[in-house]
Design a protein around this ligand. Structure first.
Ligand SMILES: *Cc1c(COP(=O)(O)O)cnc(C)c1O
Length: 402
């Protein structure tokens, strides 16, 4: 046990400074609430960037994990285990697809999607070897590997990590004309977030995703939706693509799939796409392990009920109604988002996103800033309306004081 100051000092001394966390040291958590080492309570309005959609310490998920912990946790894919087939079958069914390729982190799933698209391009579409192109959007966030940062437009994420992986074409997010123009005979995929999270919860113009679907279908290009943050209930639907009744060729999933307990990610698609892999051509020691499958199976069962999507819709409507009342009041210039997910732009002179986040922390609310002047709000979907209203009260008082 150590105090906040001691814990922060040790972390500062012995961990790489690749993050700049808020000065709070969490010791325990339940539902939408976290408690720090000194007993102070905070409302979690970030939910681990949607990894905690079902809240902290969710009973169903903990029970599933505990039961599996006592049975078998890891086999590697050298052997079958008895949770694997169910996990793949259930996740494929949730997505309306035929096959699943499990990994662990989101970045690994995106890497897997990139490899899938290239292999599909060479072996199915007939693109000359080494010529495959993938179209991506500016402002994207797909993870942190060397290949993924190669097509990032964020200098902090990308600079000094070259040489970069070629084969990516960056077009402005939300611009269908530019996207269509970037597609050539060698384009194998379009990779997009249906709503850009890190960029500040950017919702593309209405009709954009449907347009991307039409262009990719006409040009024989895979539409790969990175639903790692937007998927699994956050926006009020199982997948954010559903808001435009769009079904991509490839779903890239992560974060909430592991229920906030273990990292679980996956690429989900039909056999004509994921069927390109043969033994030895791709893999992961931990991907699809028994513990991961057991937790994810419970996540899928919970999503099947539709209750979390409904909560996200109802509470999200309330959240956006309340946040929109702040726009034009001086401190807030814009609010974006869908479901229980919002990006709030703070007006110049009312504090940076970081300063607003720190003041909210002092009042017992945890959020995260992005791109200097935006704060992101994404509480666990299990948050009560009363707690959400309390969190909004704290936001209003911070903005009024600033
Ligand atoms: C978080 C995230 C990733 C990367 O996931 P990690 O588990 O952090 O590797 C990729 N894409 C999107 C849209 C994300 O939000």
């Amino acid at each position: 046990m150590s105090t906040t100051a001691e814990a922060m000092r040790s972390a500062e001394a012995h961990s790489a400074h690749n993050y700049h966390p808020l000065p709070v040291v969490v010791a325990s958590a339940e539902g939408a609430w976290m408690t720090d080492v000194e007993g102070r309570r905070y409302l979690d309005m970030l939910a681990g960037y949607s990894a905690l959609n079902f809240g902290h310490g969710n009973r169903r998920l903990l029970d599933a994990a505990k039961a599996q912990l006592e049975r078998v946790t890891l086999t590697s894919r050298a052997f079958h285990h008895d949770r694997f087939a169910d996990f793949c079958t259930e996740l494929a069914a949730l997505c309306g697809k035929e096959m699943v390729l499990p990994m662990n982190t989101g970045a690994e799933a995106v890497e897997t999607a990139v490899k899938t698209a290239r292999k599909w391009g060479y072996e199915v579409k007939g693109v000359p070897d080494g010529q495959a192109k993938i179209v991506v959007a500016s402002g994207n966030f797909h993870g942190r590997t060397t290949t993924i940062v190669s097509f990032s437009t964020d200098h902090e994420a990308r600079d000094h990590y070259g040489p970069y992986t070629p084969g990516f074409e960056i077009v402005p997010y939300g611009d269908l004309t530019a996207l269509a123009a970037a597609v050539t005979a060698n384009t194998v995929a379009v990779l997009l977030e249906p709503i850009q999270g890190e960029a500040g919860v950017l919702v593309p113009p209405a009709g954009y995703l449907r347009g991307v679907r039409e262009v990719t279908r006409e040009r024989n290009v895979l539409f790969m939706a990175d639903e790692i943050q937007s998927g699994l209930g956050r926006t009020g639907k199982t997948f954010a693509c559903e808001h435009e009744e769009v079904v991509p060729d490839v779903y890239v999933l992560g974060k909430a799939l592991g229920g906030g307990v273990v990292p679980v990610s996956a690429v989900v698609a039909d056999r004509d796409v994921l069927g390109v892999f043969r033994p030895g051509e791709h893999g992961s020691t931990f991907g699809g392990n028994p513990l991961a499958c057991a937790v994810a199976l419970e996540v899928i069962a919970m999503l099947r009920t539709g209750e979390y999507q409904q909560r996200a819709t109802e509470l999200g409507d309330h959240l956006h109604r309340e946040l929109n009342l702040l726009v034009g009041g001086g401190a807030v210039t814009a609010v974006r988002g869908r479901g229980l997910w919002a990006g709030v732009d703070i007006a110049p002179g009312h504090g940076t996103g970081r300063e607003i986040s720190e003041r909210l922390m002092e009042l017992g609310v945890l959020v995260k800033d992005t791109h200097g002047s935006t704060i992101r709000i994404a509480p666990p979907l299990v948050i009560t309306k009363e707690d959400l209203d309390w969190g909004l009260d704290q936001l209003r008082s911070v903005l009024a004081a600033g």
